[in-house]
Design a protein around this ligand. Sequence first.
Ligand SMILES: [Zn+2]
Ligand SMILES: [Zn+2]
Length: 237
Amino acid sequence: MLDSLLKLLFPPKCLGCGALGPKTLCEACRGELLPYRGPACGRCGVPMLISAPLCPECKRESPPFRRAFSRSLYEGKMEGLVRRLKFQDAPQLAEPLAQLMAEEWRENGLQSQPFNLVTAVPLSKASLSRRGYNQAALLARKLAGKLSLPYRETLRKVRRTAAQARLGREQRLTNQRGAFSVVEPLTGERVLLIDDVMTTGATARECAITLLMGGAGEVWVYTLARGMGSQRGRISS
Ligand SMILES: [Zn+2]
Ligand SMILES: [Zn+2]
């Protein structure tokens, strides 16, 4: 009875467009969240204007992770939803967004890749208590379930860092150095590391280094969205 009263007072709405309906994300909104299928670096996944196996950055220095991908570009409706998931107490968005990640993973034939576990980029204790949940861990748990892989917490944040968004690329890299440690030693696992957004990749790099130093055999990175930062429009040479 209370449930029906609440539904009457606060009818369920799509968090993408506000349309009344039972789904957290309606079909129309899902249709707007297009996957990125354009040219991208085969290693770090940065979108490029023309196809080339590696971006200039990866040619110069191999990233610690084996590969990184993102489901969509961090723009438009996707950007709005990620912000909601992160900053506006909408953990229920993790389910439909992880579903999009799972579908794209299968679409790319990646389910045949033998991963031992799925894990997430951790938040600092302060951010975690402020937000009440780690959006990357929510996505990782849901995705792991959908891909029938085990989820495990492997990393913790041991040093506070300045908010990445306010920093330039070089600063971002130094900002993250030594920021993480492994919860317990790993033993050669192939790890799929999940985050909500990847921009310069500084966080993903540092997490991958920490996992490898902690004993992981190989790290792949998969994020919901890819921010272009200062790299927008960059052409591979
Ligand atoms: Zn909608
Ligand atoms: Zn690259």
